[in-house]
Write a protein that binds this ligand. Structure first.
Ligand SMILES: [Zn+2]
Length: 410
């Protein structure tokens, strides 16, 4: 096809894929330094050029997320090319300051990453793709822990969601139906959650406990587990709630690990949603809610997309009131089981209520469990241990089973 040949030529003419990457990066560094002639005494800070300082690739089942770190807000443009499929991103007025090895990242969608310079001060990155994608892009401003970021989401066009493959959704009224427990490992991808003194990341330990829980639940007749994420990638709070609703979840458990400014804080806690308008009980819980609800900002959500009113704040209707009452009893069961573990203390002896966005499915009893404190070196060490994770999972599954049996869900 004429048009596709033309665009292909365009990409080839303006990039240097034949250069060994290392040499090429050097070349870029030299050319940008040479082009910058400063008058004597000129403050370099005022003309500090923008730089790309890192590039990360995260793989979700239905899309690949690519994140560029830049030290100022990036100016960019992107276009797609076919035969073969490629996505080309040009960043303007910027230099590349990323180790060549970072360009070796790939996954099932992105098979190769190449860089080039179609004109001075423009860095072109070409993503070679295994299949056709639908791109989405946005920039995120720097936060306390993160630099400015350019985010590219490459949605797979050939992806068929697991749910869509099922010929017929199982109805909640069927007596043969399994009770569905949706387990939600908090954070993921760009968002590590709390980080312990020894570098343990909340996103990793909660994922490991979630997997152990799911394995145990799926061995119990009548129960079925579903995870909101199956790897290390970002899932927005709204998506986590929709996954629970999509699976007609009977229960939703969001797993987290707490952090506090003093190393002495310890123990597990369980939260349910608070009634709308009710203030959160204390400052520590208020800070926790803010941290957990900030996950979208850190993990990378396009704030220009319209927020779902479901998560934004809904009226507490009758069905939600019923869900909340059930969540409070369910949470109590979980606390009892965790409290009976020899190595686990309880941070609070009762289920606390606060405005966690991830608990806002109106029709699913939802709780958020803080397994213990990553800011406590002893608990951090325990949380890394597979045997301790297994016991925590067993306690949570046992509490879940008891609740389900008592409420005749299974
Ligand atoms: Zn968390």
């Amino acid at each position: 096809m004429i048009s596709s040949n033309r665009v292909q030529d365009k990409e080839n003419r303006e990039t240097f894929p034949q250069h060994p990457r290392r040499d090429f990066l050097k070349l870029l560094a030299v050319s940008s330094a040479a082009g910058l002639v400063l008058p004597p005494g000129f403050a370099s800070a005022s003309v500090r050029p923008n730089r790309i300082t890192d590039l990360r690739v995260w793989s979700a089942p239905d899309y690949t997320r690519i994140v560029f770190d830049t030290n100022q807000v990036a100016k960019y443009s992107l276009f797609k090319l076919s035969n073969p499929e490629r996505l080309v991103v040009d960043l303007q007025d910027i230099s590349l300051d990323v180790p060549a090895s970072r360009m070796n990242q790939s996954d099932s969608v992105v098979t190769r990453i190449r860089t080039g310079a179609p004109s001075p001060n423009v860095v072109r990155t070409v993503f070679e793709l295994s299949s056709e994608i639908r791109p989405r892009s946005f920039v995120l401003k720097a936060t306390a822990d993160k630099s400015h970021r350019l985010v590219l989401d490459l949605f797979r066009k050939d992806y068929v969601a697991e749910e869509e493959k099922t010929p017929e959704p199982v109805k909640k009224t069927s007596s043969a139906r399994n009770a569905v427990i949706v387990i939600d490992p908090g954070h993921g991808g760009e968002d590590p959650g709390a980080v312990g003194f020894n570098g343990t990341m909340e996103k990793d330990v909660v994922f490991q406990v979630a997997q152990k829980m799911a394995r145990q639940i799926n061995q119990i007749p009548g129960l079925q587990a579903q995870l909101t994420r199956t790897g290390d990638y970002f899932v927005s709070l709204r998506q986590r709630v929709s996954i629970a609703r999509l699976h007609s979840a009977d229960l939703f458990v969001s797993l987290h690990a707490d952090a506090f400014r003093t190393a002495g804080a310890r123990g597990a806690s369980v939260y349910a949603l608070s009634e709308r308008g009710k203030p959160t009980p204390d400052r520590a819980i208020n800070n926790l809610v803010q941290r957990e609800n900030n996950a979208d900002l850190i993990g990378g959500i396009d704030l220009n997309t319209v927020a779902d009113p479901e998560v934004r704040g809904i009226l507490m209707d009758l069905s939600q009131r019923a869900s909340l009452n059930r969540a409070l009893i369910f949470g109590k069961n979980l606390l009892q089981e965790m409290g009976s573990l020899p190595q686990t203390t309880l941070h609070y002896n009762e289920v606390k209520q606060a405005g966690f966005a991830v608990l806002k499915a109106p029709d699913v009893p939802s709780v958020l469990v803080e397994l213990s404190f990553l800011s406590n070196p002893k608990e951090e060490k325990l949380l890394r241990q597979s045997s301790h994770q297994e016991s925590l999972a067993r306690a949570l599954v046992s509490g879940t089973r008891k609740f389900i049996q008592a409420s005749h869900l299974a």
